[in-house]
Write a protein that binds this ligand. Sequence first.
Ligand code: NAD
Length: 263
Amino acid sequence: MDLGLRDKVAAVAAASQGLGLAVAKTLAAEGARVAICGRHSEPLLVAAEAIRAETGSAALPVVADLTAADDVRNFVEQTAAHYGRLDILVTNAGGPPPGDFLDLDEAAWRRGVDLTLMSVVNLCYAAVPHMQAAGGGRIVAIASMSVKQPLRNLMLSNSIRMAVVGLIKSLSIELAPYNILANAVLPGWTRTDRVEQLLTAQAAKRGISVDAVEAEIVSGIPLRRMARPEELAAVVAFLASERASFVTGTAIQIDGGAVQSPF
Ligand code: NAD
């Protein structure tokens, strides 16, 4: 199946490593022209070089802190100016810190809202006018399976990502007349640096080994393993593609069956 992504322009947020980088590589491999952002220049340049080496396509690196609205606007504007249009926005950011309710304070909640929710709001405000000008577009938000089934020790993610999914669902309705389709993906446990950190944090908190934490998690996944980042990226690429032309307002799990509910 030809996804129809050739020469589409995609801005992929928080893509110096992990899920964002895997998405940027997959879109570039399908012929899209991609821009990536992250807070630090050095890892971003390394990521752009990895995309070029693996796909033969140059990626535009833009330094941006997603908690700063001006940086977010600049990332999107630079992408549109460099490539002359914007067709695809993939929202993503670093995960909010782990912790249960009693571990957190108001300041942690406010930082979590800025990172996890307001980054998506600001990315969409910046990107939508370009998509309207292009006659359509695709927004794909990387959220988490935690919106369907709360994850242990991840109070901020469990709570704030619900707002992201509500935002995306509402945008899918409001932006449908402009042929802008908006969907969310809900990754389950996927092997990235973030997951290494979460495993270590849980192990320390519970006084057990990292291997024991991982074994416990994997035992709750019907496919009995964590995902590879490319497995999430493949679903994002489909949702971003021409082939997903009647798919909007959905939230799709890529979790190896971990969420127990059928819906
Ligand atoms: P990661 O920590 O490996 O990568 C996060 C990326 O975000 C990095 O490139 C980092 O530099 C960037 N980043 C962090 N804060 C930023 C900021 N303020 N501005 C710009 N860039 C910033 O994480 P990941 O595993 O790739 O996860 C990506 C997102 O998906 C996170 O929000 C995570 O919580 C969520 N998620 C991950 C999993 C998983 O199993 N990996 C599962 C569910 C949800």
